[in-house]
Write a protein that binds this ligand. Structure first.
Ligand SMILES: Cc1ncc(COP(=O)(O)O)c(C=O)c1O
Length: 352
């Protein structure tokens, strides 16, 4: 069984999770296991503490000082593998970098690891094979709660209800927002396992034996009502299958664009959540100037297609074009998207 706590945005859902980790640290570990690890390039929200847990320099810039006790671990983008990385076994290598940080910080001080299943706004980064198994081993070894932020992937975006279901992950805590009511109502959820829920119980201190959070709209019934209808529609219209089918089609079409345009360095994605990195040179992988991705977005927009891109996240890596078509997208819709991109690339970044 799992337990659900409602709020109104992804940032807030994550804040609740962080508060839970802190309260559990206080209750079970005398306050010691209070640190929360987050990953370079991940985003977890707009409030000061959610930004404290965010691995995007430019998005955080000018908003410090940040909440203490949040510690960054290295990213796991294979295309941008760190110097000295084991490229044969990059997933395991990248996960082992998390263990290194845990050992540096002291495992007795680390309460949770907060990760996106697929880094979204940080550049559509799917962790490589071997990563998640090793991450889970590490969390178990050091008694660290695994918090998966499903604010983007949650409720169908990648072709399963949750992104983590692709990787056999058993999270302790899950947060979700955007897809809960497909954007029609402001609702987010912080979900925990029954085991985590039980950690709040304290027969000796009944005034403190629950998650002591309070919020004006936390109990608003409009959001859950919209969420229930949304989930029913996803089921009735087999939208998870549609996402898988159209997602594969979209990825294939983006790879065709890669064959056509040298500026596309790497195509990535899962389900109806895809993107590609733009580079000056495929050998050096030097990112294009931000003006190129901006121009591609503007060109698509002028042709009626709203295109996403990494934006104000990292000064040097605002070079990823990304797209999240509606879960009901048809093959014809995908063709419209790809045609807009094709036209934009031909105009903005034709081969030399
Ligand atoms: C992965 C992730 N987590 C959290 C958030 C924050 O959600 P919100 O903007 O609803 O506060 C976002 C927003 O884009 C996100 O992408």
């Amino acid at each position: 069984m799992s337990r659900v706590y409602y709020s109104n945005s992804g940032s807030e859902a994550n804040e609740k999770c962080f508060k839970m980790v802190r309260q559990i640290a206080e209750k079970k570990y005398g306050g010691k296991k209070h640190k929360i690890l987050f990953r370079e390039r991940d985003y977890h929200g707009t409030t000061i503490t959610a930004l404290s847990a965010t691995g995007q320099f430019e998005r955080k810039n000018q908003y410090g000082p940040f909440t203490p006790g949040f510690v960054e671990v290295p990213h796991c983008c294979e295309y941008r593998a760190q110097e000295g990385a084991d490229l044969e076994n990059y997933g395991v290598w990248a996960a082992n970098q998390i263990e290194k940080v845990i050992l540096e910080e002291g495992p007795e001080t680390v309460g949770a690891l907060c990760l996106e299943p697929i880094t979204a706004g940080g550049g559509v980064i799917e962790p490589p094979a071997g990563y998640w198994d090793r991450v889970q081993e590490i969390c178990k070894k050091y008694d660290i709660l695994l918090h998966i932020d499903e604010v983007v992937c949650g409720l169908g975006r990648t072709g399963t209800w949750f992104g983590y279901q692709h990787y056999g992950i058993k999270p302790d805590m899950v947060t979700m927002a955007k897809g809960v009511a497909s954007g029609y109502a402001a609702i987010s959820c912080t979900v925990t396992t029954e085991e985590v829920f039980e950690m709040f119980k304290d027969p000796e201190d009944p005034r403190m034996d629950y998650f002591r959070d309070i919020s004006t709209f936390g109990g608003c019934t409009a959001g859950p009502a919209a969420a229930l209808v949304n989930m029913q529609i996803i089921e009735d219209e087999n939208l998870l299958d549609n996402v898988k089918i159209q997602g594969e089609y979209l990825l294939g079409r983006l790879n065709e664009l890669k064959d056509k345009y040298d500026v596309i360095g790497d195509v990535r994605g899962k389900g109806l959540f895809c993107g590609f990195e733009l580079v000056k040179d495929r050998e050096t992988k030097e990112p294009v100037d931000e003006s190129v991705s901006t121009a591609i977005g503007a060109h698509c927009m002028a042709n009626g297609v709203i295109m996403g891109r990494t934006n104000r996240s990292f000064r040097e890596f605002n070079n990823t074009i990304c797209m999240s078509p509606a879960l009901i997208a048809t093959q014809a819709d995908i063709d419209v998207i790809v045609e807009a991109l094709d036209n934009a690339l031909a105009e903005v970044a034709p081969n030399a």
